[in-house]
Design a protein around this ligand. Structure first.
Ligand SMILES: *Cc1c(COP(=O)(O)O)cnc(C)c1O
Length: 352
C-alpha cells in the first residue's frame, strides 16, 4: 500500500543490522556482542526494580544515570546526554548538531548507519577515503564542512586514531562539531573524553552495548560541552520524553558502577583477541591492527563471501560487507575462547 507512504519514506534506504538468527547453537560472531554477559550487579538491580513501580513513568532525565556517568568520566552531569542505545543518541546528533548548509564529512569505510541518518534527516555529506592501509588521515579532512563524524576505533576496520590527531581536527575545525563515536573504545583505544574541557566542539558518544555487555538493554550516551548537550536535549524532548525505561536506568547505573566486572571482562576480550589474531595469521590471513572487540581480516587467495558461507554451513556467523574496497574482508567478533577455537578449527578445515 505504498501509495500511503510519504515522499520521504519512498526515498529512505534503511540500515540493515547484522543478522539475529532464531536458530540456537550458532556461534554468533557477526554483531560484536560481548561473550561474557552483563554485570551480575546490573542483573540484580533490574530484578529488584520489577514491581508495582512499573506503572509509573521513569525519570525523563535519567538523573541517576547521568550522575553515575559524569562521575566515572570526570565531567559534570550537564555534560552528559543519555539515549535508547547510542544509535538513538547518534540520530539526535545528526539532527541537532550536524544538519547545516555545508556537507558533513565521514570516512568512506565506516559505520554504515551514518549515511542512513543523513537520508532520514536530509543532511548533506561527503565521504573521505581511508588511506591504502585503511587509516583515517586527518589532513584529508581539510575542507569546508558542516561537521565531522567517525568511530574510534573505526568500524569495521578496528583501527584506532591517536588523540593528538583528534585534537588536530578539533583545532583545525573550530566552527564544526567533531563527533567521536567510541562504541569500542574500551577494548584498547584512548578516549577523547579528556579533551572535552579544552574543546567546546567535541562530542564523544559511547554505548553500554559492547564493553558493558548490555546490547539488549539499549543504553547509549554522549559527553561534551553543556551547550552541545542542551541541543541534544531539545531534540530528545521533541521526540520521546522517556527513551530509557526504569529497568534500563537502574541496570545501566549498576553496570557503570561495577568497575571490577568491566575490567575483568574487557581484559578477557583483549586477551582472546591476541590469541585469535595469532591463529588467523597462522592460517594465512592478513589482519588489520585492532583496538576493538572484532578483527577485520582477508585471505590473499580465498573469496571472503565464500568463506563466510562455508563458516555458516558449519554454524558460525561472521559479517561480510558487499561494499567497494572491503568486499574481500570479513569482520569477526572476538567471542569466548571456545568460540574463537571453533572458528580457527573451522577455517583450518575450510582452507585445507
Ligand atoms: C554498535 C555500534 C553503535 C551502536 O550501539 P548501540 O548503543 O547498541 O545502539 C554505534 N556506533 C558504532 C560504530 C557501533 O559499532
Amino acid at each position: 500500500m505504498s501509495r500511503f507512504w510519504s515522499t520521504l519514506v519512498h526515498e529512505l534506504t534503511p540500515y540493515v543490522p547484522g543478522e539475529q538468527p532464531k536458530l540456537a547453537n550458532l556461534i554468533k560472531l557477526n554483531t560484536n556482542e560481548n561473550p561474557y554477559g552483563p554485570s551480575p550487579k546490573a542483573l540484580e538491580a533490574m530484578r529488584a526494580e520489577i514491581g508495582d513501580n512499573l506503572r509509573l513513568y521513569p525519570d525523563p532525565n535519567a538523573d541517576r544515570l547521568k550522575t553515575a556517568l559524569a562521575k566515572i568520566n570526570g565531567v559534570s552531569a550537564n555534560q552528559v546526554f543519555v539515549g535508547n542505545g547510542s544509535d538513538e543518541v547518534l540520530a539526535h546528533v545528526f539532527l541537532a548538531l550536524l544538519k547545516h548548509d555545508r556537507p558533513i564529512l565521514f570516512p568512506d569505510i565506516t559505520y554504515s548507519f551514518y549515511p542512513v541518518y543523513c537520508g532520514l534527516y536530509g543532511v548533506a555529506h561527503q565521504t573521505v577515503p581511508l588511506t591504502d592501509t585503511f587509516e583515517i588521515d586527518v589532513a584529508d579532512y581539510a575542507r569546508p564542512n558542516g561537521g565531522i563524524i567517525f568511530p574510534n576505533p573505526n568500524a569495521p576496520t578496528g583501527r584506532p586514531l591517536p588523540l593528538d590527531a583528534i585534537e588536530h581536527l578539533l583545532i583545525a575545525h573550530p566552527d564544526s562539531v567533531v563527533v567521536v563515536d567510541e562504541a569500542y573504545v574500551d577494548f584498547g583505544c584512548a578516549s577523547a573524553v579528556t579533551l572535552i574541557d579544552r574543546h567546546p566542539n567535541l562530542l564523544v558518544v559511547q554505548t553500554l552495548s559492547k564493553s558493558r555487555s548490555l546490547a539488549g538493554l539499549r543504553v547509549g550516551f554522549a559527553l561534551g560541552h553543556a551547550s552541545l548537550i542542551e541541543a541534544l536535549e531539545r531534540v530528545k524532548n521533541s521526540f520521546n520524553s522517556y527513551p530509557l525505561d526504569r529497568l534500563a536506568i537502574v541496570g545501566a547505573v549498576a553496570a557503570i558502577e561495577d568497575q571490577a566486572w568491566f575490567e575483568q571482562t574487557r581484559q578477557a576480550v583483549i586477551k582472546s583477541r591476541g590469541w585469535l589474531i595469532g591463529e588467523m595469521e597462522r592460517l594465512g590471513f592478513q589482519v588489520l591492527p585492532s583496538a576493538a572487540n572484532f578483527i577485520f581480516v582477508r585471505h590473499p587467495d580465498r573469496n571472503a563471501g565464500e568463506l563466510a558461507q562455508a563458516l555458516r554451513t558449519r554454524g558460525i556467523i561472521v559479517r561480510h560487507f558487499r561494499q567497494p574496497r572491503i568486499e574481500q574482508f570479513l569482520r569477526i567478533t572476538v567471542g569466548a575462547d571456545a568460540q574463537c577455537q571453533s572458528l580457527a578449527a573451522a577455517l583450518q578445515e575450510i582452507l585445507a
